[in-house]
Design a protein around this ligand. Structure first.
Ligand SMILES: [Fe+2]
Ligand SMILES: [Fe+2]
Length: 268
């Protein structure tokens, strides 16, 4: 049978992206779509509206998972992120935004989660609109380099070998070099390159320490760790938010105490 591909983004009734434009419509995928009451022919014409709904749907799932009672911060962060995503539609880096929704299952949701958690911290820190935009864009694109990591490594249902890990760790440099020609704001680009650095110098790719790491990357590294712990991965069980905060607090010297405190305050 010839391969077929989705002609448009396809969403369920809650606005969650089930199949992105260009993604292969295998039998398994078609069965899944039918289960959700969706058919390719029913793909939304106005994908902007639907994608916006998808973003809010991921944001509200995140709000529930994090048990966030401060709706104002969550809603405002979601609004900023929607503006960042739709504002990128006319920018040359749009192809990468689109690709994030189309590569491996968890990458798009993870990108949105990390952007929203980072933005919530920044809203509490009273970032202005421009600063929020730059942080939102960098946080949403932080793992863009993973688009160049082979899927079998990203989806491996077990711990990575040393060689695979070495390959995975290249995603910070790959992300930066992929986006370099597009002149993204430096505040966003630094996040892509530095979000796996740690304040005590134990991170990668450069082993930067303390204030050698930019403020935005210090926020995003916290959001990234929290999401990785609480959302689970093919090789990791899901853990509670309290546990994630405990891990961040106990990892002395790795994360900004100030920003962990702010996140803890949002979750109280
Ligand atoms: Fe990363
Ligand atoms: Fe990440």
């Amino acid at each position: 049978m010839p391969e077929t591909f989705a002609k448009k983004d396809i969403y369920d009734k809650n606005g969650v992206l089930l199949l992105a434009k260009g993604q292969k419509t295998t039998d398994v995928v078609l069965i899944k779509l039918k289960k959700h009451g969706c058919y390719e022919q029913e793909a939304a014409v106005n994908s902007d509206v639907k994608q916006s709904e998808a973003t809010s749907s991921i944001a509200s799932a995140l709000g529930e998972r994090m048990n966030i009672r401060n709706d104002r911060v969550l809603e405002y962060s979601n609004k900023v992120l929607s503006n960042v995503i739709f504002g990128s539609k006319t920018k040359p880096w749009w192809i990468y935004v689109n690709a994030l929704s189309n590569y491996v299952d968890w990458l798009y949701t993870h990108s949105i989660d990390v952007a929203i958690i980072s933005l919530m911290i920044a809203v509490e820190l009273r970032y202005n609109d421009d600063e929020l935009w730059n942080l939102g864009l960098g946080a949403f694109m932080h793992d863009v380099g993973k688009l160049l990591i082979p899927k079998p490594i990203l989806q491996k249902p077990g711990p990575l070998t040393d060689l695979e890990m070495e390959f995975m760790r290249q995603h910070c440099e790959l992300g930066r070099s992929s986006l370099e020609p597009y002149c993204l704001p430096k505040e966003g680009m630094d996040i892509i390159f530095q979000h796996h650095e740690r304040l005590d110098g134990s991170g990668y790719p450069k082993g930067l320490k303390g204030d050698e790491i930019c403020r935005n990357a210090k926020i995003v590294m916290i959001a990234d760790v929290v999401d990785a712990i609480t959302a689970g991965r093919p090789y990791k069980p899901v853990r509670e938010m309290d546990e994630a905060i405990k891990i961040l607090r106990s990892d002395e010297g790795k994360y900004s105490k100030e920003f962990v405190f702010v996140l803890g305050k949002i979750l109280e």
